[in-house]
Design a protein around this ligand. Sequence first.
Ligand code: UDP
Length: 241
Amino acid sequence: MYLKTVHVQNVKFDNYSMEEFLQIFEERLLNEEKTFVVTANPEIVTKANTDPVYRETLNKADFITADGIGVVIASKILKTPLKERVSGFDLMGKLLHKAEQLNLKVYLLGAKDTTLEKAYKNIKAKHPKINIVGRHHGYIDIENEDLVTEIVDLKPDLIFVALGFPKQEYWITKHMHRFSKGLFIGLGGSFDVWAGEVKRAPEIWIKLNLEWLYRLIQEPRRFKRMLVLPKFLIKVLVNRK
Ligand code: UDP
């Protein structure tokens, strides 16, 4: 039996499959219910345990999905298994598809200007009918209200915020109250993948739960950051009782 919510190192994950999340999100989008989604990997969970402000921010999320396989493994160690990994990148792909089907308005916020432009072109090529109402690079001051006003006026349904954590979650919780509707989701480096600047691992690597290794080979400079994963799993093992 699956629990509806699963706690991993004090972060409360919603235990839905990708398809279940999509159904819930579609309903909320059609009802114009405001929604804040966090796609949390072990780095985010680790930060939530060391930074009370970030933890409070995550507590405001309507939904938290397990972005990394590390979180799913941890849930199994804790004997409260999560159904599956629901990565930000995959979720973005499915939401773009929904947006095109349902003619929802999409806003893209994040990444470097040139990266964003490439991502925008590739999204348009894959989803020719998609309604992207605006976009802006992510090197912004999160206090900047002018940009927010601009986005609010566009009345987007889906606001993809790819500023990396924790900036993306801070931006969303700081400004979401100004919008009357919208699904806000933090997506880390997803635009870099859409731009073709970072490659997603081939399917077989993902199936074997080795996407992290693929990423490490591609971007060895991430090595230090990736040490978070074994450290995180050791903590889960030690604290499991
Ligand atoms: N980024 C941004 N604004 C910033 C800092 C970063 O838009 O002030 C972008 C950066 O260009 C990249 C993404 O945020 O596209 C972060 O990617 P990373 O893979 O480091 O994020 P993670 O998935 O680990 O949160």
